[in-house]
Every structure is written in C-alpha cells, then in structure tokens.
Design a protein around this ligand. Sequence first.
Ligand SMILES: *Cc1c(COP(=O)(O)O)cnc(C)c1O
Length: 416
Amino acid sequence: MNTRQACAAADLQDPLAPLKHRFDLPPGVLYMDGNSLGVLPKAAAARAAAVIGQEWGQGLIRSWNTAGWFELPARLGDKLGRLLGAREGEVVVTDTTSLNIFKALAAALRIQEQRAPGRRVILSERDNFPTDLYMIQGMIDLLRQGYEMRLIDDELPLETALDESVAVVLLSHVNYRSGHMHDMAAVTALAHARGALAIWDLAHAAGAVPVDLNGAEADFAVGCTYKYLNGGPGSPAFIWVAPRHTRDFWQPLSGWWGHQRPFDMAVSYEPAGGIRRYLCGTQPIVSLSLVECGLDVALEADMAEVRRKSLALGDLFIGLVETRCAGHPLTLVTPREHARRGSHVSLRHPHGFEVMQALIARGVIGDYREPEVLRFGLTPLYFGYADVWDAVEILKEVLDSRAWDRPEFRERAAVT
Ligand SMILES: *Cc1c(COP(=O)(O)O)cnc(C)c1O
C-alpha cells in the first residue's frame, strides 16, 4: 500500500470497518492514543443517562438489587473473560490495576510461602510500567521479610534471572513504551519449571491482542478497561485468578465486598468462595456500568481479525514512516516481528516531545513517553489504513518543516 488510494481501498475491504460507527469520534482528529485512553462508545452516553437518571435517580437504594449493581463486577468480569481466555467466574472488574497488582502479588507470595518457602525474589522488568515496580517495592516494604525485586533488562535476560530464588514473576504482556510482547505461554512455562508463579499485567494487551490465560496456564492477571477496551477515563480495572488457585487464594484487602455474606454484618471476615474474594469495597457504579458499552463492541469483533488488522496497520505505519520520513532521525523502538509486537508502534526522535505536541496541534493525537519516545496506538475497531496514511503525511510535514521547533511545543503539562 504505497498510495492513499490503496489504503482507502483496503478500508473498503476491512470487515471491522463498520464497528467504527459504534464510537463517537471527534471530527478532524486522527486518534492514535487508544492504548492510553480509549474512545467514547456511542452507547455510553445513553447508558450514563440511564444509570444516573433511572437507576440512581428513580431506583435509589433499590437499584443495588433491581438494576444488578451488586452483581456488576462479576457480570462484567464474565464478559471480559471471553476476551482473555478465561471462563465464567474467573474475572471481576474492580478497583485499579495498581490495587489489583497488590492483591495478586500478595496472593501469589502467600501461596509460595506454603509451597516453596525461602524464595525471596520478585522478578520484573526494568522497562515495566512504573506502577508495577512501585507496587512491588511497596509490598516488599510492607512485608519486611527480606524480599527483593530483581529486574530483567538487556544485561540480565529472563533465562538467567529466573532462578530458584524467584517466588513470583510479574511482567506486562505488552510493554507500555516499546510495544514489545512477551510469549505468555513460554514465559509462564519457564516460570513454572523454575518453581515460580506468573502474574501478567494485561493493561496493553486486553482488547488489543489475543490472550489465552487458561491456555497459557498463567497464575494471575490484572489489567485496565480504559485503554483498548474503551471503558472511559479511570474506569475500573480487572483481575483474574487461575481456577486452581481459587481455594488457596488469600488477599489482604479484606473488605466487606469480598465477604462470603456481606449483609450478615458479621464481626469476622470470611472470604467469599469464588472470584468475589477479590473485591474490597463499594464500587463506582456509574463508571463501572459504562465499561459494558466498550466491552460489547469489542465482543462483536473477531479477535483474530482484530489482531490481523492491528499487525497490518503496524506494518503499514512502519513502512510509510521509513519511506516517507526517511532522512529524519527517527528510530523504531517496537519489534518488527509480529510475534513480539503488541498494538502500538513507538518511534524515538531527539525532539520527541516537541514533535508529538506539533502532531497533536494538527489533530494527530498520540503521546509521549520518556525518553524521547513517540507512541502511536493502532486500534483496529476505529482506526483504518487511510488514517495511517494521513497520520504519516502529517508527521512528514511536521518533520520536513520543523514545525515542532516552537516555544509552545516545549511546554510540559502534568500529563504527557
Ligand atoms: C496503564 C497501565 C497501568 C495503570 O495502572 P492504574 O492503576 O490503572 O493507573 C498499570 N500497568 C500497566 C502495564 C499499564 O500500562
């Protein structure tokens, strides 16, 4: 595809193209940040109005039962599980990814204390999303039992790092910055072979790439709904536990929503039998309700088709950047190899921050991550081949004209 016409022709053949109309996209915007904040499903506005006007406004307290509020974390978890290779009753939508990391990590370490006592290493990746590393550090501080964090990087590959001292491996399936994807089944198998448990952070994988948690024999998984799942800003995250751990599973945030019979108002905590054990307290029902609107669109799409298109968009984007923007100091950060690539493409440029601000000013919305990395999300549900073409042409114009070299593009806001 080396003309805009060829790209537009590919859009006409695209079986996912009709799904774009299920979203409310602002005119004049090429949105390439669905990996950070998804777009607005058209159904969400009506759903929000119904939850606020009818369920809350009219139903009031009765809606916990009559509108299914109490069951919502598990009901949405079942829907989401279909995208993750999970069965019914294995996922709940609740809390934040960071909090769910805390719960999963605590649970995994407790299981390992019984099975493989003495292991004191929590293994992660230097390049992992910082909250994952911060939550590990907080857990180590809290436990004060000599746990340490070990980080894989170019010098310390997984094969070497994953020795008999590792209790738990916590990795992101798709890396938030580089877009690199781990082989979940292979890494999990290696962790198990060395006696460790595997927790997967699916923040950049859920809804973006095919995930098969049971097939990969993973132990725990967490992730966001506001990225590729289009749940809305700050929408609740999710957590999954392998059914083989459900009975041993303990989590320290033992709030009343995780109690076997919360309305007994008993003095002593008794954990719920199944996945509800992951819940802590009262959920943000308005935000939680809207998660379903994004999920319903995602479930209409064939995940194999989503993956096929995502890779095709990525190949097109990389190829066009290399030909149309040749001569500019852009370096591809994302692996070319399909098996190692998620659904965004990252490029390094010495003035990456300014270039991204200039792009955003022209309606190409991606984002910037330190150091010097421009991220471009490729979201097959609403982004097409001609969109890729247009975005690269605008990138070319910004680079050729040095339009990024202006004082206003150097100003940093709180969120990049
Ligand atoms: C986005 C992201 C998070 C976000 O965590 P929150 O607690 O929802 O803010 C966590 N982990 C990874 C890998 C992410 O990409």
